[in-house]
Design a protein around this ligand. Sequence first.
Ligand code: GUE
Length: 297
Amino acid sequence: MSAESKVRDHRLIEGKAVQARILAEVAEEVATASPPVGKLVSVCIGPTPEVAVYVRNQARAAAKVGIPFDQQVWPAEITQEECKKRIQALNDSKDVLGIILQRPVPAHINVRSLQSAIHPLKDVEGMNPASIGNIVYSDIALAPCTAAASVEMLRSTGLDLKGLEVVMIGHSEIVGKPAALMLTAEGATVTVCHHMTRSVAMHSRRADAVVVAVGKAHLIGPDMIKPGAAVIDIGINQITDEDGTVRIVGDVDTDAVKEVAGWITPVPGGVGPVTVAMLMRNSMVAYRRQKDAGWIS
Ligand SMILES: Nc1nc(=O)c2c([nH]1)NC[C@@H]1CN(c3ccc(C(=O)N[C@@H](CCC(=O)O)C(=O)O)cc3)C=[N+]21
């Protein structure tokens, strides 16, 4: 490797560094928490290869900050009723700090109903309609982790979010919509583009920052980005190269866009690790709220 290629590229926003900073803050709070924090329960329903990486990284981060982590896999044939019963038991348990219901779930399970069953004080992902509704009131302390991570990445550029022209591409309930509302709460001027937008490029070319969460490899090319803009790539796509190697890439053609953008988040190593850190931060927000509500003392 040449000396030159080892030089850090300042256009890349490294998720690991942002993650480390957040985990250090959380670890300090966990260490001094009295009473000690309960366990974070991850629930997968059936085999979910899509979330294996995520859950593994959650377990690692929890171990780093000192939050006990309980990785549960419920059977694929479990009924909606049984899921509700189990969530209820977790809500009621004093030992449980928070609950994460990993998506996707099997087709016969009503995921929205289960998300509503998670008590808002234990909803560390912020996906209960009551929790996500708070974001409309600019109460963004406990927001869906990926949306929160994208805002944190944008903030780490040092750009002033007030008045920033942001184009959000993608309007999913777990990322695009909450991220757009959070950025609005921060004072950004937000345009939301989606699959029915006539010309995404017309919007994205004017933006100071482009946030992408669509799930299409190489959707965003250099012709869609204003020189110097920040590009936050939330996509996770598995692609197979011509030589047969399987790789994970985002929604942005990173190598090409890097030449135009002022800042860009790589995939992997960008928003992903920060998403995991946000889950830990959210867990401590839930802990404080549970304490304030007199649930733990
Ligand atoms: N209820 C729910 N909430 C979610 O937020 C959610 C979900 N379900 N289901 C699955 C997707 C996917 N997702 C990831 C988050 C971080 C990494 C992550 O840490 N990525 C590293 C991994 C690198 C690697 O080890 O390969 C990176 O990008 O660098 C991956 C995937 C959250 N999701």
